[in-house]
Design a protein around this ligand. Structure first.
Ligand code: SAH
Ligand code: TYD
Ligand code: ZN
Length: 404
């Protein structure tokens, strides 16, 4: 029986997705001949309320100098991180004397806002290709994995941080105690640690099972995050829901006793208990819902294909690797995936090897149906493509299979 990464208790997996490739391994066909796979199972620990992967690939397999996710591909996300910046600046009354750290700064989408206002910052980013873009924006970046040992080195060179921030990164890191110990060491007595990640409550409510892939080791809730904080002499002082990545939660954390606790924390925990996010049984029906989506989507795609319809997909997301591999959807059903990210273009999708083509060819491809893999960006994408899609249909599958 697997042991919980947080509290070491035994727990039971509730869904087994079978063999999965690295979700962001968009590669050439010759590189995909002996593709690495791992068994992807997800489970819930009833002792500390953490939903987690049973097995994780080594971090160097996922985060390296060819990392395919570039944060700045979405205009909406740029605005989102500008608002994130403003909120932290106001909350901590930041000035040119302040110092902030970001864990997993990627191409600098958040920290560039601090640079523009002359607030000192440090980014930590192990994936060199995206770190180099942040560096080209004059951001000070350490090209390494954040953990307690790196935090000790940083502590010797930099002053304590007024804010430590992280978006869509903490849930990627199995050695979570090392992260919290490192943050504890680097955070000023009055500082705040603010991170956001896809939210367990939304995943369960929306059936957004595709948030589960190699990089997403944890699905957090206020229940589980407050438990980890306590283990490190820290405190969850506020939570704020976000619409990004299909429904996320931003967690605000301080040293224990240093700040007032917002009533939002108690309210969120009560709401999570009413959803059953503290009980094993609640996760059993999740697996059944996923299989219903699988049946419906595969049946729809096969029916349309039989009718001679042309189906392409939009957005070579990491999430789509779970969908295509678990459902068995390959190039026989989806001709190709269009995407704006240069590093993914003219490559093939992990596991099922659907061709990825440059977005510029999308309008010329003239499909009958477009499967939206980047469903979390539906608002931005559907409004951008509105006139082109007039006589064509979108297919979405979260929270259920739908044609629009
Ligand atoms: N914060 C950005 C990027 C999220 S993608 C955004 O929200 O868009 C996840 C990023 O975390 C990747 O760039 C990856 O290289 C980085 N990462 C993974 N493990 C890390 C670790 N231990 N320390 C710091 N960054 C890490
Ligand atoms: P995203 O859903 O943010 O990520 P994840 O990999 O975490 O599942 O990825 C969005 C992908 O969709 C990315 O490869 C860029 C692409 N994309 C487009 O091609 N066009 C667009 O208009 C947008 C917003 C994204
Ligand atoms: Zn546990």
């Amino acid at each position: 029986m697997p042991k919980c990464l947080v509290c070491n208790s035994n727990f039971n997996p509730f869904v087994n997705f079978g063999e999965m490739p690295i979700a962001n391994n968009f590669a050439n066909l010759n590189e995909l001949i002996s593709e690495y796979k791992f068994t992807m199972q997800v489970g819930f620990c009833e002792s500390c309320y953490m939903v987690q992967l049973v097995e994780q690939p080594d971090r160097e397999r996922m985060f390296h100098s060819n990392y395919a996710f570039y944060s700045s591909t979405s205009e909406y996300m740029k605005q989102h991180f500008q608002r994130f910046y403003t909120q932290i600046k106001e909350k901590q009354s930041l000035s040119s004397k302040s110092f902030v750290i970001e864990i997993g700064c990627n191409d600098g989408i958040l920290l560039e806002n601090f640079i523009n206002e002359n607030i000192s910052c440090l980014g930590i980013e192990p994936s060199k290709n995206v770190a180099d873009i942040a560096i080209s924006k004059n951001i000070n970046v350490i090209n390494d994995f954040f953990d307690e040992s790196l935090a000790k080195k940083i502590a010797g060179e930099f002053k304590k941080a007024d804010a430590i921030m992280s978006a869509n990164v903490i849930c990627h890191i199995p050695y979570i105690h090392s992260i919290f110990s490192g943050v504890k060491l680097l955070l000023d007595q009055e500082g705040i640690f603010v991170f956001e990640d896809p939210y367990l409550g939304e995943v369960i409510e929306k059936n957004s099972f595709d948030q589960i892939y190699d990089e997403h080791v944890f699905l957090f809730s206020a229940l589980s995050v407050s438990k980890i904080c306590k283990m490190h002499g820290m405190e969850l002082i506020d939570v704020e829901p976000q619409v990004t990545h299909g429904g996320s939660m931003r967690y605000f954390i301080s040293h224990e006793g240093s700040k007032e606790i917002s009533e939002n924390v108690g309210k969120s925990i009560a709401n999570e208990k009413s959803l059953g996010l503290h009980r094993n049984e609640s996760f059993n029906s999740f697996g059944l819902n996923i299989n219903k989506i699988k049946q419906d989507l595969v049946a729809l795609l096969k029916k349309l294909k039989k009718q001679g319809k042309k189906i392409v997909a939009y957005g070579a997301t990491s999430k789509s690797t779970t969908v295509t591999n678990y459902f068995g959807i390959g190039p026989e059903l989806i001709e190709c995936i269009f995407d704006t990210t240069p590093i993914k273009q003219n490559k093939f999708s992990p596991g099922v090897h659907i061709p990825i083509l440059p977005y510029e060819g999308f309008h010329k491809s003239n499909p009958d149906y477009v499967l939206l893999f980047a469903w979390n960006h539906a608002k931005e994408i559907m409004s951008k493509e509105k006139s082109y899609m007039k006589d064509k249909k979108w297919i979405t599958y979260i929270p259920e299979v739908k044609i629009t």
